[in-house]
Design a protein around this ligand. Sequence first.
Ligand SMILES: *Cc1c(COP(=O)(O)O)cnc(C)c1O
Length: 392
Amino acid sequence: MREPLREAPIAVSPNEVTYNRDAWVVVDLTAIAHNTRALRRWIAPAKLCVVVKADGYGHGASPVAMAALDAGADMLAVALVDEGITLRDAGIDAPILVLSEPPIASLDDVVGYGLTPTLYRREAIDAAARAAQRAATVLDVHIKVDTGMHRVGAAPEDLVELVRHVAESPYLSPAGLFTHFAVADEPDRGFTDHQSDLFDELVAQVRRAGLPTGIVHAANSAATMRKLAVHDLVRCGIALYGLAPSPAVGDPLGLRPALSLRARVSFAKPVAAGEGLSYGLRYRLDTESVVATVPLGYADGVRRILGRRGGQVLIGGRRFPIAGTITMDQLLIDCGPDARVSVGDEVVLLGAQGDEEIPVQEWADLLDTITYEIVCGLSPRLPRFHQGRERS
Ligand SMILES: *Cc1c(COP(=O)(O)O)cnc(C)c1O
């Protein structure tokens, strides 16, 4: 195992660090802590599972997980076994739920690293029991039932027998029962209520059969923020990062966005009227203008089309348009005829500078997607700086 991150100095400012590039992500861990506390108050006495899959939605899974646990989160959730192992290697010993059934071949690692698998097929239940038996242990498992999203989960009519199968194994312990909502972020709550009612009925069936459910959970961020189907526990991802699940849900909790994307101007020069900028020369200057170059591009997750869709950046607290095609490693900014912009000036692509702010939702709107895809899409090539960790 590597040295635990818990002991490492992770609150570093970009200015003190020796990364050899002038583009970086800052993650404010005090925002993560604030959001964790806000969510806990919102759902009390229910427990909070924070979802840190996909490297904490691009924010850095281990530092985010530690900040959330310090602020009172009860459990972590990941999509992949390897994501759980990364958290364990960072020294995190909280319960970690793997949200879908792990590959059978990974079950020895699931047991070895003390992860909690989600199960919904007999074959996987039997394989998990054998893995636990090999390790001479009893493995906590959660069972997932499909109430209408049709992604993964047991069919409702199979649920009681599956729970019985788990409960009868001496090597497995039924620690949780859950489902997942398909449209909790949409204004019409009809189908979410339908899923929720079906789930309640299934939980009741399991109990009537005299079987244990473990902790019962359903809500994602959207359902949590709307207080739909808050059972024993909620599983929140996007809200932890301070982003709304959708404009329709908005943010009734006063969350704080944790992530900003920053860079420094790497080159700046006046360019004459009539000239075209970047590949394709599609952006034409009507007047002479100062053009600044910023050293990040689509290989960093700044989508190539963003400029043509009206994407902007902040320099000196003012908005300027991204000019022309975004290239793999660099993009251009049209700073106008009389701008004073120099090499080294800070550029904010996402987040606040002075009184201005570019929210993640702005990119999501321009790019016809959701905030989730924007933050998950920021590539590992961008260094992440974690600021303001509160130590317990
Ligand atoms: C990703 C995921 C979540 C978290 O969803 P958010 O909308 O980010 O809160 C919860 N449960 C499951 C099963 C997931 O896959």
